[in-house]
Structures are given as C-alpha cells and as structure tokens.
Design a protein. Structure first.
Length: 343
C-alpha cells in the first residue's frame, strides 16, 4: 500500500525550512518554498488561517477538514505544532491507512510524536543529508549524460547539415552546367515573381537544334562539353532579374522579370541577345570547330497566364512552332494557335 504524507518544518510565515519526510517524494520539490505551494488553490486560505492560529497556541492544532494536495490529488489530514521559532507540520492520508474510525487515537499518537521532536528544537536526525547527497550525485550523472547526448546531437546535426547542403546543391544546381536545375527552377521563378508581383516577365524556352548529331558523331563527352559551353554563354546574357536554367538534356530556359509591358520589339531584343551572345561565334572541341543553333519560344507572365506551369508549357509550345518552321529562330506564344493545335 502506498502512503501519502509529509513531515516538515516552516517558519511562522509558512516558509519551508526543513523537509524531514515526504512520500511520494514529488510532494515537496525544491521549487516549492511555502507550505501553501504544496496544496491546491482552493484550500490556501484554510492553511493561512491555520498558520496564523498556530502562532498563538502551544498545543497541536488540527485542520477541521481534509485538504487537497496539488500533486498527487489526494485529500490529507493536516496538523500543526508551534515552537518559539518554527512550526512543525504533519500531513497524512488517513484513508490509505484504513483507520478512519481510529482517528482520535491516531491524533494522540501524532501529537506525542511531534512533541518529542520539538524537544530537540527542530534538530531532527534524518536521512535527508544522505538522500540529498545521493540525489546530487544522480543529478550530476544526469547532467553529464545530457552533455554527452548534446555533443552527439551537435555532431549529428553538423553531419545532417553537410548532407543537406550537398543535397540542396544537387537539387538547386544542375551538376553538369551549374545552372538552376530542373528540380528547382519553378520555385526560383515563383520567388522572383513575388519580389514584384505586379510586373510582367518573359519565359524563353530554348532547345538546341540537332544536338543528337553531336552525341552520335563525336560522343557524349564532347556532347557534355558542348552543353557546358552553351550554358556558360547563356548565363552571361546581360539581363536584370534573370534566372538561367537547364530543363532537361538539351533544353534550357531563361526567365526575366520586372517589365511594365512586353512588346514584340522587347521579345525580338531577347532573341537578338541570344543570337549575338550564344549563336554568333564558333568554338573548338578537340580541334574540331562547332557552332550552336537553337530554337526558342517565348511566353509572357501576367499576360499569357499567371501560372508558372502554364507559362513554361506555352513557351515550350512556341518553341515547337519555331522548330517546325525551320529551326534556329524564335516564336512568341499565340493562344489561338495553341487552342487550335490542342483541339
């Protein structure tokens, strides 16, 4: 049978001075400084009244009713015995003892017991010192275990951070070209749009013409170098607020944001920049000269659509029309043409 109770000493104002016995141990914690802290709010006035009354009498006082503890939620009988300097307070759940009918005898026994204790002026010999030393050692052990666990967590977090950085770089940057990757470019477009949501933007979908011939005739290593050169030139286009991306094998994209209006002249200017910076000059790979040809389609955000997914699809369709019309050229998206092709 579990017992619920305590024996403690407090000053005349209810400040706890010593705890001689408490069961279970969590009835009294180091954070509870006053006797009233042990009990529920509903009975604090009764306790304060008992403390005041006990100052003026030398006999033991019993509270007229059982009082509820804060934790555990038990009703206990409480008695007080005052000396010149302090008050001895005893509490016990008599219902647990199964002796409620023997209450008068129990009260007399408690009174004699507490009176003997006070003959020593509160200098009660208990196991508290040994218990406190043991608890302190346990706290130190727990603290050391916590520090070790914290170090292990910090080490694991550092490893996780490095792994996330590697993964993030793989997701954000295309491994071959260093451009924004196919896993991230939609999010990047969304972010740049949010900086100026009332502005328009141009998405240019670019497909390298006849790239398969490069791989077939010269091998994939040369093909990779070819793509790197293209991507390097693409990334050097002189546009503000631009994102350069690799969509798939030989498909690339450029999104430029921040326009009040997008005219046909502006669309042509974007193509002229591509022609002059990317397509105009030859380059050598393994002493063999190469030239880049590409087809491009352009769609306008906040004009053709407000959806990034549709914007890319529309630009892809316009690129397809340019390629179908003879390659190495560009087309601006036309909604009627798109609807006609889909029907």
């Amino acid at each position: 049978m579990d017992l619920t109770g305590f024996l403690l000493e407090c000053d005349k104002n209810g400040q706890i001075l010593n705890v001689y016995w408490n069961e279970p141990t969590y009835i009294v914690s180091p954070y509870q400084k006053r006797l009233t802290d042990l009990f529920s709010e509903d009975v604090k006035q009764d306790l304060e009244a008992m403390l005041v009354k006990s100052k003026d009498v030398s006999e033991m006082l019993y509270c007229s009713k059982n009082l509820e503890l804060r934790s555990p939620k038990r009703q206990i009988s409480v008695c007080f015995l005052a000396s010149e300097k302090s008050i001895l307070v005893h509490g016990i759940d008599v219902m647990e003892l199964g002796i409620e009918s023997s209450m008068p005898a129990l009260k007399k026994m408690i009174y004699n017991f507490m009176k003997v204790l006070h003959m020593y002026d509160g200098k009660v010999i208990t196991d508290n010192e040994r218990i406190m030393r043991f608890q302190f050692e346990q706290i130190q052990k727990l603290n050391n275990d916590l520090l070790n666990t914290q170090r292990q967590l910090q080490k694991a977090n550092a490893q996780l951070k490095r792994a996330n950085e590697v993964l993030n770089n793989r997701l954000v940057k295309d491994a071959l070209t260093g451009l924004v990757s196919r896993y991230q470019y939609r999010e990047e477009i969304d972010m740049i749009i949010k900086t100026s949501p009332d502005k328009k933007g141009i998405f240019t979908f670019i497909d390298i013409d006849d790239f398969k011939r490069i791989n077939d005739n010269f091998g994939h290593k040369v093909g990779d170098i070819y793509l790197k050169i293209f991507a390097n030139r693409l990334s050097k286009l002189n546009f503000d607020n631009a994102i350069f991306m690799r969509i798939s094998g030989d498909e690339f994209g450029v999104y430029i944001h921040g326009y009040e209006e997008v005219t046909d002249e502006l669309i042509k200017f974007v193509w002229d920049e591509i022609e002059s910076k990317i397509l105009s000059s030859e380059f050598e790979i393994n002493a063999i000269k190469h030239k880049i040809y590409c087809s491009a389609g352009m769609a306008v955000y906040a004009e053709d659509t407000n959806s990034v997914y549709e914007l890319i699809d529309y630009a892809d369709f316009a690129m397809y029309i340019a390629k179908k019309s003879g390659k190495n050229s560009y087309r601006r998206f036309n909604l009627e043409q798109y609807k006609s092709a889909k029907n």
